[in-house]
Design a protein around this ligand. Structure first.
Ligand code: ZN
Length: 476
């Protein structure tokens, strides 16, 4: 049996978490009172002020928020009609950061949209409206993100885009895109109807009308520190975004992670006399439409990255499943996780994989050692988001037991990361980061975004929102 040098601290942390319903109480307020907390909505700033006050109420006087500007978006009504050979209108929503526009053209259905299909069917796609599902195609070893399907469709000449849910009964899925061509999302049932119509009639014309507006807005990061007892400058950091999508409460993604961060702040502050180094806790704004909170945080705190031992991202970390760690290419940290799990007598499964789609990514690009909370097995086998990114990601999907497990595992893991006398992970150089990304194949995704920009610049007429997007430096 591995001896637990923090047994007394662990007992304090765990008993505090398991005799309180604080994280569930906070979740209900975040979601039921402040709504989606989508960047730029009234609930965004109101929830930020509430979180700062909560943290101060826990005795963390340094809690505050920091502001940043981001390319914001306001949803307008959207329409999807079949204009030939029948006339019929479908329920749909536009996708965040999409533009206002209208297009009428032939429908091309690409199923799950595997990466080689866009080039293969380019002749059909050219000038027409592409529909793909939200599912990662069978046989792919990585998650095929909506934005990649969208960009590949544009490069093949698509003039409109329909994103179809692959889960029944969850309505249309949402998710940020770029303002290039009119885009809507539909439910599994309506998408299936369109696919059957196309199969029967061979040629179907659709019209998409979107009325969204893009403009600069302000959002926030909530920041607080649990100070360490030594004067060592090194520190650890953990955070989760707090913004959901505008159509949703975003209860699992991200609020279950946000309240886990708040709960960790509460309990770690109670044992701060046993903390050697500082733990910084963060709730990021505007993750959903482009990681704007974390990109801005990293830019605003660039000089603090050298002393950052480890960044643990807890996006949606209080949902169902085991509370392990996904390390982003840091095998040297495995013995630390292994030992921590044994000391804590906790199940702490881990594996190595990195994706660019959450707030660890801006830190990762700066070479900071990063990881994320989650269930390795569930992530390895996942083919989509379920009710995530739909209006059905609501408070009733979250269970107190998982919120407690997340706070108990990750607060104790962070304590150990802050206290370890020897820390094997070090900051990667820019060259090492570049090589790592290339090895994972993500450089192709980066190149894809650049390719789309290059291609769009050749268009005769460019929508003002698209122009503004072209002028922004790449999201990567
Ligand atoms: Zn999230």
């Amino acid at each position: 049996m591995v001896e637990n040098p923090y047994l007394d601290v662990d007992k304090k942390i765990v008993s505090e978490i398991y005799t309180s319903s604080e994280s569930m109480d906070n979740l209900k307020v975040l979601c039921d009172v402040y709504g989606s907390r989508f960047g730029g909505t009234p609930g965004d700033f109101a929830s930020v002020k509430w979180m700062v006050e909560k943290l101060k109420g826990y005795g963390i006087e340094n809690a505050h928020y920091e502001t940043f500007k981001f390319p914001g978006w306001v949803r307008g009504p959207a329409r999807l009609e079949v204009t030939s050979p029948i006339k019929r209108e479908f329920d749909c929503i536009s996708l965040p950061l999409g533009l206002a526009g209208e297009v009428e053209a032939k429908l091309v259905f690409l199923g799950d949209g595997p990466i080689d299909i866009y080039e293969k069917r380019k002749d059909e796609i050219e000038g027409n409206v592409v529909m793909v599902t939200s599912r990662t195609p069978l046989g792919m070893t990585r998650f095929l993100h909506r934005s990649e399907k969208y960009m590949r469709s544009i490069l093949a000449g698509a003039k409109g885009w329909i994103f179809m849910n692959h889960y029944p009964a969850y309505g249309p899925p949402t998710g940020g895109i770029s303002p290039v061509i009119p885009t809507v999302a539909v439910s599994y049932e309506d998408g299936s109807f369109l696919a059957r119509l196309l199969e029967r009639e061979k040629e179907v014309k659709v019209r998409i009308t979107t009325t969204d507006r893009n403009r600069e807005m302000t959002s926030y990061n909530v920041v607080c520190d649990i100070p360490g007892t030594s004067d060592d400058e090194e520190y650890v950091l953990s955070g989760s975004h707090y913004d959901g999508h505008d159509i949703s409460q975003g209860a699992v993604d991200p609020a279950s992670g946000t309240v886990t961060v708040l709960e960790m702040a509460r309990v770690l502050n109670m044992v701060k006399d046993r903390l050697k180094r500082r733990i910084r806790l963060l709730c990021f704004g505007c993750e959903e439409i482009g990681l704007f909170g974390s990109y801005n945080y990293v830019a605003q705190h660039e000089d603090e990255m050298d002393d950052l031992r480890f960044m643990l991202n807890l996006d949606a970390a209080g949902g169902k499943g085991k509370k392990g760690v996904i390390l982003h290419g840091h095998p040297e940290l495995e013995p630390f996780i292994e030992r921590a799990g044994k000391e804590m007598r906790a199940e702490l499964p881990y594996f190595q994989r990195v994706s660019p789609y959450s707030d660890h990514w801006p830190f990762f690009l700066k070479g900071v050692p990063t990881g994320g909370g989650g269930d390795p097995e569930a992530i390895r086998t996942r083919t989509g988001r379920g009710y995530g990114h739909t209006r059905y990601d609501t408070v009733d999907k979250v269970e107190l037991g998982y919120l407690r497990l997340a706070a108990a595992n990750y607060s104790r893991l962070l304590l150990r990361a802050a206290n370890a006398d020897e820390w094997s992970a070090r900051r990667k150089t820019q060259q090492e980061v570049k090589e790592f990304i290339e090895k994972q194949g993500y450089d192709q995704t980066v190149a894809l975004a650049e390719k789309v920009k290059e291609y769009v610049r050749t268009w005769g007429e460019i929508h003002p929102d698209t122009k503004a997007w072209l002028e922004r430096k790449s999201d990567w």
